[in-house]
Ligand binder design. Structure first.
Ligand SMILES: Cc1cc2nc3c(=O)[nH]c(=O)nc-3n(C[C@H](O)[C@H](O)[C@H](O)COP(=O)(O)OP(=O)(O)OC[C@H]3O[C@@H](n4cnc5c(N)ncnc54)[C@H](O)[C@@H]3O)c2cc1C
Length: 411
């Protein structure tokens, strides 16, 4: 009987262990933490957005880096396959706004439990507190792994499912890249993705905690559009975050130089459903009704109250001024600013706050049909350590399920 060793008891490693066990292989799952799925546990704010219910043909459109690499593995095990697998294991699921699939219980621990039970049913030898420090080869092919305590575990094949670098406290601290690199694999520089922005504008701090719903943003490199989107936006003590910003961060792969040189701007449209003309008419209506009031009192009908002082300062408007004294040019300036509030991106927050890692094991050196290394026979890869990442909505976990399933099947 062949022995398959898997490093990493996260989403990809657990799925790899389950699928390998279905093929009657001897499977050993090594996890350095004291428990399985530490990161899985915190996904979806503890509810685990386990996959997406989008039509499978739309899935790859949501993968930002190397979508074509996933083409054949996704055909073999797609989001519908994952939904069926979980339901067959007795886990009830529900689909929410944006086709996000969650366990009906709202507990990520139920997803971990189902995967752990499936491993046990398949006879997987789960070894916790097992920290792999080296990989050994014989005659150019995989032969064994060495644990930090010196124990050697021989096997016929090895799946690396060590995760990326984000949220290192969960165990995915970039160590997998060092192991892959020790085998001769090229690593594309890991960078935080699905991550908040640090902004030049210090006034963001004054708005900390304020969420704006139904706004739109444009991220630009000079005149070049990098990202345009509509949704929810959040101010923080260092800059901005929220779903819109996190999604925008996934588009920065090709704009690293512009980011480093501080050339990226973010333009916030606070009234995306109105044209400038429509918004101007709205201003006129409010101004006509409240002619004798001070400007902030009227602005509160157009903006969240917390935002008014910041907005008026940006528009260089005296808050003591009465509405009747506002000139046409001043009104126009406010309208224009409400549609195009300019801000400047100074950087990204770190891996500690990034939902995923962009970069990782170069996919050209991995067979997309089997996840096998093209460099060392017997080595396979799965999950976030590969140079593949997607937007939010269950896509990143599905990448882990798809590549984990495939690696487990072929290892
Ligand atoms: C806060 C947060 C929320 C998220 N929410 C969602 C969501 O709702 N939906 C979604 O699709 N995605 C979500 N993601 C992304 C998703 O969690 C990851 O893409 C996914 O967990 C990657 O799975 P993985 O198995 O590749 O890596 P991981 O889950 O990180 O697992 C890797 C495992 O390998 C172990 N390991 C590493 N090195 C070694 C070693 N040398 N020896 C032994 N073990 C080792 C680690 O301890 C770890 O347990 C979220 C991420 C974060 C941080």
């Amino acid at each position: 009987m062949k022995t398959v060793i898997i490093i990493g008891g996260g989403a990809a490693g657990l799925m790899a262990a389950v699928s390998a066990s279905w093929d009657h292989k001897r499977v050993i799952l090594l996890e350095k933490n004291e428990k399985l799925g530490k990161k899985l546990f915190i996904t979806g704010k503890g509810r685990c957005n386990v996959t997406t219910a989008c039509p499978p043909e739309e899935f790859l459109e949501n993968v930002m880096t190397n979508p074509r690499f996933l083409y054949s593995s996704f055909k073999r095990f797609d989001n519908q396959s994952m939904i069926s697998f979980l339901e067959d294991c007795g886990l009830e699921l529900k689909t929410e706004r944006g086709q996000r699939v969650f366990p009906a219980s709202d507990h990520s621990s139920d997803v971990i439990r189902v995967l752990r039970d499936a491993c046990r049913k398949g006879g997987v030898d789960i070894r916790l507190n097992s920290h792999v420090s080296r990989i050994h080869c014989r005659e150019g092919a995989f032969s064994s792994v060495e644990l930090q305590n010196g124990e050697m575990i021989p096997g016929d094949s090895l799946i690396l499912a060590c995760g990326g670098k984000s949220y290192p406290s969960t165990g995915s601290d970039g160590e997998g890249y060092a192991l892959a690199s020790s085998l001769g694999h090229k690593i594309r520089e890991p960078q935080p993705s699905l991550v908040p922005f640090i902004m030049e504008e210090t006034w963001c701090k004054d708005l900390m905690g304020l969420t704006l719903k139904n706004v739109s943003i444009r991220v630009k490199d000079g005149k070049k559009m990098v990202y345009e989107g509509f949704g929810e936006f959040l101010f923080t003590h260092f800059g901005v975050s929220g779903p819109l910003v996190l999604t925008a961060s996934t588009r920065l792969g090709k704009f690293q130089k512009a980011l480093k040189e501080g050339r990226l701007s973010l333009i916030l449209d606070l009234k995306p459903s109105l044209t400038e003309e429509q918004l101007d008419r709205r201003f006129l209506r409010e101004f006509d009704t409240f002619r004798n009031k001070k400007i902030p009192n009227v602005m509160d009908t157009l903006l969240p109250g917390k935002m008014t002082p910041v907005f008026l300062a940006r528009a260089e408007m005296d808050p003591e001024k009465r509405v009747r004294d506002v000139s046409k040019a001043e009104r126009r300036r406010m309208v224009s600013l409400m549609k195009n509030l300019p801000m400047h991106i100074r950087g990204l927050r770190g891996f500690e706050e990034a939902i995923v890692t962009r970069g990782g094991v170069e996919v050209k050196e991995v067979d997309p049909a089997t996840m096998a290394s093209r460099i060392v026979p017997g080595i396979y890869f799965a999950g976030e350590m590969l140079d593949v990442d997607a937007v939010t909505g269950g896509f990143n976990l599905q990448i882990a399920w798809t590549t984990g399933y495939t690696a487990g099947k072929f290892a």
